[in-house]
Write a protein that binds this ligand. Structure first.
Ligand code: NDP
Ligand code: GUA
Length: 482
């Protein structure tokens, strides 16, 4: 890979300010999902190295916590400027290991950097409270203090933004952090570490441990020095980590799976709904936890919506993320492709109509054609399982009451979308949807200033926004007799 700054391609973990190999010098391989070519070998670390990273983060904590908020903010801002400055190299590394089109990768680097900038600003506004006391001889105060050493486990679908969305609030609050990136996409994480190092973030404050997820996850979720764990990934692993954290009563933030409904009411602007549907379904080839899993379209506009939607989907250009024309890259793995294929097969066997896509592509074995199926019915697996791929199931509905009930009939509660121009319906449906995020007449809801997170089994806590730093803070109540 040709980079303007070759040192951004790191093949060692980053612990206590040092680039390290695994104790036994073992490695694992990283492949380009577009070509299956070998990209890099990374340290296959386990419990011992994870423990050393935690100890380094603990040793670095007092000095980092004792910096003024302004000093921490200044270092975070330097990191932000470096992320901006190296956007192109960071994007290229991401496309190489993750597959997403370069334009999307550039967008993700800007998105990742925006969390660092935002929380550098928030660092200076962590106000406490003075509480009117119930007695005249008391003064009551609440101070907000960093929780301590934090651990984070991040997924491959957003290899940079999921790290900065956790690390930036942690560092801004005065915490130190140990991070295990997904094994599919460690290079982006290590490039972030290289730039954090150059920004002057002290040794031990920001650490990246690569390798065996189970062994590292075990340490992160059971070590008594870790006070908080933040995880983005699948609901089953989130459940497991939450249970493991129970032993030492860690604070837990979880961004887990979704089953997003996208509702098109009879009064919707259909052209706008189609554009929103393309964004909300096909971003990152459908591999986003807020991507649409189910389309409900009012029966009176069902055929019209399907015609326009299928025409747009058929135009999407699939190919290697490095080709500037590509809009949809490969899926992350052969396992991901077979999961999407099996959900499609199940639906078609049970009577769904295949309208466009569905075929394998000459571009390579990890590509899946953008696909639309209609007349989807209860009982088909894809209504309950997270698709995480470019397959759009569509079905008609008859009434508002029915569609809200169908939309809420899931264990998940991350994102929902709907299109309507009737203002009273907009308010009513927005209130009735049991989701942490509701997109109204838009298919794009994510930014650094808004709280991102789900309810039900989609997770705990919020990331980004002024709320996103709360999980990295404890409240200390001071009761002073005077
Ligand atoms: N909410 C979201 O954004 C995401 C949702 N998903 C959902 O999950 C499905 C499967 O994807 P998958 O990548 O397997 O998701 P996982 O939840 O398995 O992986 C996410 C992260 O968790 C790590 N991990 C895996 N097992 C453990 C463990 N026992 N202890 C600690 N950490 C662990 C992974 O490490 P490693 O890479 O080393 O295995 C990775 O860093 C997807 O199809 C999608 O439905 C997936 C990714 C993101
Ligand atoms: O959990 C994910 O899938 C990544 C979040 C993407 C976003 O912030 O929109």
């Amino acid at each position: 890979m040709k980079l303007q700054e070759p040192l951004l391609l790191r093949q060692h973990a980053y612990i206590n300010g040092q680039w390290c190999a695994a104790d036994g010098a073992d490695t694992f391989a990283v492949h380009d999902p577009a070509t299956d070519q070998l990209i890099a070998h990374l340290p296959l670390m386990g419990e011992a190295e994870a423990m050393r990273a935690i100890q380094a983060a603990d040793a670095a904590l007092p000095a980092w916590r004792d910096l003024t908020a302004k000093e921490r903010a200044r270092l975070l801002r330097r990191w932000f400027f470096l992320l901006e400055q190296h956007e192109e190299d960071l994007a290229r590394l991401m496309t190489w290991e993750q597959g997403k089109p370069l334009a999307e990768a550039r967008g993700e680097i800007r998105y990742a950097a925006s969390f660092v900038e935002w929380f550098a600003e928030e660092a200076k506004r962590l106000y406490g409270d003075v509480i009117p006391a119930p007695r005249q001889d008391q003064t009551l105060l609440v101070m907000r203090e960093p929780i301590g050493v934090c651990a984070a486990i991040t997924p491959w679908n957003f290899p940079a933004a999921m790290i900065t969305r956790k690390a930036a609030p942690a560092l801004a609050a005065g915490c130190t952090i140990v991070i295990k990136p997904a094994n599919e996409t460690p290079l982006s994480a290590l490039a972030l570490a290289e730039l954090a190092h150059r920004a002057g973030i002290p040794p031990g404050v920001f650490n990246i441990v690569t390798g065996d997820a189970q062994a590292i996850g075990q340490q992160f979720s059971t070590h008594p020095l870790v006070r908080k764990l933040s995880f983005t990934g699948s609901t089953p692993i989130g459940r497991l980590l939450m249970a493991q954290c129970a032993g030492t009563i860690k604070k837990v933030s979880l961004e887990l799976g979704g089953n997003a409904p996208f509702i098109v009411f009879d009064d919707a602007d259909l052209d706008a709904a189609v554009e929103g549907a393309i964004q909300a379904k096909f971003r990152n080839a459908g591999q986003t936890c807020v991507c649409v899993n189910r389309f409900y379209v009012h029966q009176s506009v069902y055929t019209g919506f399907l015609e326009r939607f299928c025409a747009r989907v058929a135009e999407l250009r699939v190919g290697n993320g490095f080709a500037e024309a590509s809009e949809i890259g490969p899926l992350i793995s052969a396992r991901a492709v077979s999961k999407v294929q099996s959900l499609l097969d199940d639906a078609v066997q049970q009577g769904a109509r295949l309208l466009t896509g569905g075929q394998s592509l000459a571009a390579g074995p990890q590509y899946f054609a953008p696909t639309v199926i209609a007349d989807v019915k209860p009982g088909m697996r894809l209504l309950d399982e997270e698709i995480f791929g470019p397959l759009a199931p569509v079905m008609p509905f008859a009434s508002d009451q029915e569609v809200v009930m169908l939309a809420n009939a899931t264990i998940y509660g991350l994102a929902a979308y709907f299109y309507s121009r009737d203002i009273s319906r907009v308010w009513r449906v927005a209130r009735q949807l049991e989701y942490g995020i509701v997109g109204i007449n838009t298919g794009m809801v994510s930014n650094e200033v808004a709280p991102f997170g789900g309810i039900k089994q989609s997770g705990l806590g919020r990331e980004g926004s002024r709320y996103g730093i709360d999980d990295y803070l404890e409240s200390k109540y001071l009761c002073m007799a005077c």
